[in-house]
Design a protein around this ligand. Structure first.
Ligand SMILES: [Zn+2]
Length: 511
């Protein structure tokens, strides 16, 4: 690996990596700084997860029309009149477990920041683990699951050495603010929701990356290298990256119209275009959750935290699990990174009596939003039905005491100013970012691969659904209110659109 001349800043050294997820904030001011890094991600990743923040969706009856062709027409008209406010991109890369690099050169390839001896849970018993370092305390805080604890009680040596079963996965998360240069409709309900979740409308207007909808302008025709949203999507297409979305029907249509070209008239042509645009596959985590994992709830936040707990449980049992790491970033862009704690928290006894909101628990949405007096915290929701044993109660008490002591120690020294504090009742509802939604989507997909694939993805080769044995989940898009998915299959009678033919040729011909 080449040695960078730039100063390396260790952004993340925490073993329990999801407690500090970095997200690169891309604006018109810094896009040229980020561009080489993002291009490296496009080139070297196994897949990209995408999420869009939109200014509105148009009339709801059209979005949920019974006929899928009508639904398509409804979303097309929304994509031509509304705009993308921000785009979240999360790049994932399955790594070798024996990689020992600890920092990443921004001009070089992606590798995992790995120290397997520290990551493995291998103490002889829980008490020993509990009295260990801050990292272990954090880790075990997340492990206090009653069912799991009961299992551990039956095993003489509670923790399992599972280093070779822990798949190292490197993730890089970005959130780009977008500004459509054409007139577009902003729906009050959407604005209220986004403003209530801390969306920075001022920042979007002042520093958003400007773009126009529809076909390329002639001036853009041969320029595929200038940093722009359009060229970013073109690069993802050129490198044939698999794309992962959550409930992706609307996002795919908006992505096409806003950053690629004018949409085809009919759904069949759109599907034919998609087959060529993403030949390595389109994946939808809501489809996977509903049709394959058969989970009773499949909104993104629930899915992410539920999968995270399941992953911890598998790790403790020595089964294949995933371990996400975030490469360090060089100094000149580190000021444009924000952090968020996305780790699951097993709550203390006093939190268990919290009244949870069942609207939110069932649908991931509540009309009262921030004014709701009941808890929307997913950890409360996930904890609601679990009974706690005496041993659990004792452990929680010890853990609480220990983590409080350690918190005092760690905050008395060092600078933690960039770390978002998460100790409120609505802790999971902090600032809403398309980048973090993209990350959660990618996490769920990576976890699905870890527990279902026949083999481990080859670190140096593209993701191959066939050799992984996951062909049954590829190219199925979730359709709200339907018991069947939308299949993205090239049919013998549907032709691709003229706009697409023209553009894809230029993209594929680029160096
Ligand atoms: Zn509520």
């Amino acid at each position: 690996m080449a040695v960078s001349m730039e100063r390396e800043v260790p952004v993340l050294r925490d073993n329990h990596s999801l407690s500090l997820v970095p997200c690169g904030h891309i604006t018109a001011n810094n896009v040229s700084n980020w561009w080489p890094r993002v291009m490296t991600c496009v080139r070297d990743s196994h897949f990209v997860a995408v999420d869009l923040e939109l200014s509105g969706l148009g009339p709801r009856d059209r979005l949920n029309a019974k006929q899928i062709d009508d639904r398509y027409e409804g979303v097309v008209s929304a994509a031509k009149s509304r705009a993308v406010l921000s785009i979240g991109l999360a790049f994932f890369n399955f790594c070798d477990n024996d990689v020992n690099e600890t920092t990443i050169n921004t001009n070089s390839e992606i590798n995992c920041d790995t120290n397997s001896s520290e990551r493995t849970i291998n103490s002889d018993n829980l008490n020993e683990c509990l009295s260990d370092s801050v990292e272990n305390v954090n880790k075990f805080e997340a492990l206090l699951d009653p069912q799991l604890m009961a299992k551990l009680e039956n095993e003489s040596n509670g923790c399992v050495d599972s280093s070779d079963k822990q798949w190292k996965i490197s993730a890089q998360v970005f959130n780009a603010l977008c500004l459509c240069e054409e007139e577009y409709v902003c729906e009050p309900e959407t604005m209220r929701f986004l403003a209530g979740h801390g969306f920075d409308f001022n920042g979007q207007c002042l520093h958003g990356l400007s773009y126009h909808r529809g076909n390329d302008f002639l001036t853009e025709y041969e320029d595929l290298t200038t940093p722009s949203l359009r060229n970013l999507i073109a690069e993802i297409i050129r490198h044939k990256l698999p794309i992962v979305l959550h409930n992706g029907f609307i996002d795919l249509i908006f992505l096409y119209q806003n950053f690629y070209s004018d949409l085809p008239q009919d759904l069949q042509t759109f599907i034919a275009d998609l087959v060529e645009l993403f030949p390595a596959g389109i994946f939808d985590t809501k489809y996977i959750a509903d049709f394959h994992d058969r989970l009773n709830r499949s909104y993104l936040e629930y899915l992410f935290y539920e999968r995270q707990r399941f992953n911890i449980e598998r790790s403790m049992k020595g089964q294949i699990s995933i371990d996400i790491t975030f490469p360090s970033l060089s100094h000149h862009i580190s000021s444009d990174i924000e952090f968020k704690d996305l780790s699951t928290k097993i709550l203390s006894e006093s939190d268990l009596i919290v009244d949870i909101c069942y609207d939110y628990a069932n649908h991931g949405w509540c009309k009262l939003n921030h004014t709701c007096s009941r808890s929307h915290n997913i950890d409360h929701i996930l904890d609601q039905k679990k009974n706690r044993s005496k041993r659990m109660k004792k452990l929680i008490k010890n853990m609480k005491k220990k983590s409080e002591e350690l918190r005092i120690e760690s905050t008395s020294g060092g600078d933690n100013s960039s770390i978002e504090s998460v100790n409120t009742k609505h802790s999971k509802q902090g600032v809403h970012r398309a980048g973090y939604d993209a990350f959660m989507t990618g996490y769920c997909f990576a976890f699905y691969i870890a527990i279902n694939a026949k083999t481990r993805p080859n670190p140096s080769k593209p993701l191959c659904v066939k050799s992984l044995g996951i062909s049954h989940i590829v190219n199925n898009i979730y359709l709200t209110g339907k018991d069947q998915s939308l299949r993205i299959n090239a049919s013998s009678f549907a032709k691709t659109s003229a706009n697409h033919k023209n553009k894809i040729q230029r993209i594929r011909a680029a160096k």
